[in-house]
Design a protein around this ligand. Structure first.
Ligand code: FES
Length: 240
């Protein structure tokens, strides 16, 4: 004898009396489902969907890191692919000191060890750190600037004749080290985290020093007389 009432076959009419009636109850009866079985299966299906979505979302965030595509850590080349130069020698067409990397959506700058910084000693060290400018073991300096202007997001360019970055939309102007010079931009250029792995240069395009969500960092404010790293050279102002 079958003691499990859920397995007892009943007519739709009997099931309606037991379960409050309605077409849904009749249909469940027809398929031999009890309400409990129905709920158990519904919970199982929902859990499966939630689990699949969780795994999918996890993979979505992990995938760029695994593949080296934008949004993750990108190996952009060897150190020797980016010859250093002092800011007044920067030349993007001839690959001196400043380089565009489409895969990282970034400009890479490699400043020579004799770069004429305004600050010195500990003040220089602290300000470089605050502006995500990395000093290499050979004394040269590196940074990776996101290609989006911090005013309204246009793609800006490096202008070799100005030795500086200029935005074509509303004229924001940034020094060779990414510091704000003039125009409506509220701050200096945003930067990605740049690091080294042996002789390889890595740009973490998932780590940006910007106030945009989900980052809560302040970005690099417009320089003041006590934070400015590079002098505002004459050649840059000829490009206003
Ligand atoms: S978007 Fe660059 S100056 Fe406005």
């Amino acid at each position: 004898m079958d003691n499990d009432v859920s397995n007892v076959k009943r007519t739709p009419q009997e099931f309606e009396v037991m379960n409050g009636g309605g077409a849904e109850a009749a249909e469940k009866a027809r398929k031999g489902f009890s309400r409990r079985q129905f709920l158990r299966r519904a919970v199982g299906i929902t859990s499966g969907v939630v689990l699949a979505e969780s795994v999918g979302l996890g993979l979505y965030f992990i995938y760029p890191l695994a593949t080296g595509s934008f949004g993750g850590i990108i190996k952009i080349g060897k150190k020797t692919d980016f010859p250093a130069a002092s800011p007044l020698e920067f030349d993007i067409e001839n690959g001196k000191g400043v380089f565009y990397q489409g895969s990282a959506q970034a400009y890479i700058v490699h400043l020579s060890a004799d770069t004429p910084w305004v600050l010195q000693g500990d003040s220089l060290k602290q300000q470089l750190e605050a502006e995500w400018i990395v000093q290499d073991t050979d004394g040269t300096y590196w940074a990776a600037f996101w290609q989006r202007c911090v005013h309204l997001g246009c793609k800006y360019n490096f202008k070799t004749d100005c030795r500086s970055f200029k935005c074509p939309c509303h004229g924001s102007h940034y020094n060779a080290d990414g510091e704000y010079l003039s125009g409506p931009a509220p701050r200096s250029l945003d930067r990605f985290n740049l690091s080294f792995q042996g002789e390889d240069v890595l740009v973490n395009t998932g780590k940006l020093n910007t106030p945009l969500a989900p980052y809560n960092l302040p970005g690099v404010p417009r320089p003041t007389d006590i934070t400015r790293l590079l002098v505002e050279q004459q050649i840059q102002f000829a490009c206003q």
